[in-house]
Design a protein around this ligand. Structure first.
Ligand code: URA
Length: 435
């Protein structure tokens, strides 16, 4: 029996807590014996004072133990997943999940909704009428046997401690802590019952980690703690100084993904990041030259197999095939307007954070928890950083439903694409990998 106030004081004074002490706090919080204000104080003390690697690993394990670990032992295929720390226009999961399945992997992918200015895979999939993102841990193995990949949302059975603590962190300014982010993400991934995970740690003005240094610290923490829990793990630090692909917005991103999966209109950056992440996982299990592997993936896309696999995954999750067709053909689009260049020059910078915010202001994301969203609004970019443009060239098409909301984002978006004459230096798309 511990005194919660004493434990909060200990953390406040920079003392490391033991596994038993952390267990007492977290179990007590889930059971309702530790109150929100006590957990908030503890989390804030932890954000300021930090947690040791050992404490982070303990937190992760205790959080996993708060719920069920999914049992996928009936599936003989290697179980893998990918997790992104959040970006703008990041639709990698929608492409990579069917690719994993076509490559013969089993991929239980627990995904989230939009967080802050970033988009969420579950919101994107819910733009398809009928898509059911909830799956019980009992039904998941048979769904995986049928589709190879299943994208689903976190339920109350899996890591309830994270669900409760994350909601509290969201409203107490305690999200931004590498140890807490690590415990939150790794506990959920471990509970999926997988063998290996690759993290896509986004870095740049559209990511939570703004600098390569911060991103490296998070990547190392995610990989080390995952390995401690018995997962094979790797991370790539990838650029988020412009949206990934050419669309931002839920149905628009599903549309772009469908075209990509058919081997048409494959954005170069989206393809490079997706295949690099897939290769990180593949090379944990097989020795295959990267070039040979990439050619094999290309063939999977061009044969239409990944596209057919995606449709199967959606229909198996209750998605309506006609709704999917409507999205593929852009029949959801209501009103649109183009933003054009007012000068000659080169695209020097993109304010990716503002573009993510613009989607929220348009109604395509949430201003507060529980808000309903319009899945059909968003943007299509016609340019990338480094492109040359002339006066009058289209920069961006805005897809909107509400005139007042459109008016509120036009100047934000005009300012978010910076054009100039100075020398342009390209950022690496993939900064580095962490093993
Ligand atoms: N995503 C999560 O799942 N948890 C965090 O703490 C931050 C981002």
């Amino acid at each position: 029996m511990y005194d919660p106030v004493e434990l909060i004081r200990k953390k406040r004074d920079g003392v490391f807590l033991t596994r038993q002490e952390l267990k007492y706090l977290i179990r007590g919080y889930v059971a309702g014996d530790i109150r929100d204000e006590q957990m908030s104080a503890f989390l804030m003390a932890g954000v300021i004072r930090g947690f040791s690697v050992k404490e982070t690993a303990c937190l992760t394990e205790i959080m996993i133990e708060s719920g069920k670990e999914i049992d996928l032992s009936s599936i003989s295929r290697t179980k893998v997943d990918k997790h992104s720390t959040g970006g703008v226009g990041d639709k990698v999961s929608l492409i990579l999940a069917p690719l994993f399945a076509e490559l013969g992997y089993c991929n239980p992918m627990m995904a989230g909704r939009g967080l802050g200015h970033t988009g969420g895979t579950i919101d994107k999939l819910e733009s398809i009428r009928g898509y059911q993102c909830e799956v019980s841990s009992r039904d998941l193995p048979s769904r995986l046997q049928r589709s190879g990949s299943v994208i689903f949302s976190q339920s109350d059975e899996i890591v309830p401690a994270d669900k409760k603590m994350y909601e509290l962190r969201d409203v107490t300014g305690t999200v931004e802590s590498i140890p807490l982010i690590t415990a939150s993400i790794v506990s959920k991934k471990k509970a999926e019952g997988i063998d290996a995970i690759v993290y896509d740690v986004k870095c740049g003005n559209g990511a939570f980690m703004k600098t390569p240094r911060e991103a490296l610290a998070l990547a190392e923490s995610l990989v080390r703690v995952s390995q401690k829990t018995g997962l094979k793990a790797r991370a790539l630090i990838t650029d988020m100084n412009q949206p990934l692909g050419y669309t931002i917005g839920n149905a628009l991103e599903v549309m772009e993904s469908l075209l990509f999966l058919r081997g048409e209109r494959m954005d170069r950056h989206l393809k490079e990041v997706t295949l690099a992440l897939t290769y990180e996982i593949h090379s944990l299990f097989y020795e295959e030259e990267k070039e040979v592997f990439i050619n094999r993936c290309d063939k999977i896309f061009r044969s239409g197999k990944a596209y057919e696999r995606f449709k199967k995954m959606i229909i198996d999750a209750g998605g309506d095939s006609e709704a999917l067709e409507e999205i593929e053909e852009g029949r959801f689009i209501e009103k649109m307007i183009q933003i054009r260049s007012k000068q000659d020059g080169r695209i020097l910078e993109m304010d990716t954070f503002s573009m993510g915010k613009a989607l929220i202001y348009l109604g395509g994301g949430r201003l507060k928890k529980g808000d309903s969203i319009n899945h059909h609004v968003g943007m299509e970019l016609h340019v990338k950083r480094g492109d040359s443009v002339r006066v009058g060239d289209p920069l961006l098409t805005l897809f909107y439903a509400d005139e007042a909301k459109k008016a509120s984002v036009m100047s934000l978006l005009e300012k978010s694409i910076m054009i100039g004459e100075r020398e342009y230096e390209e950022n690496p798309l993939i900064y580095r990998s962490v093993h």
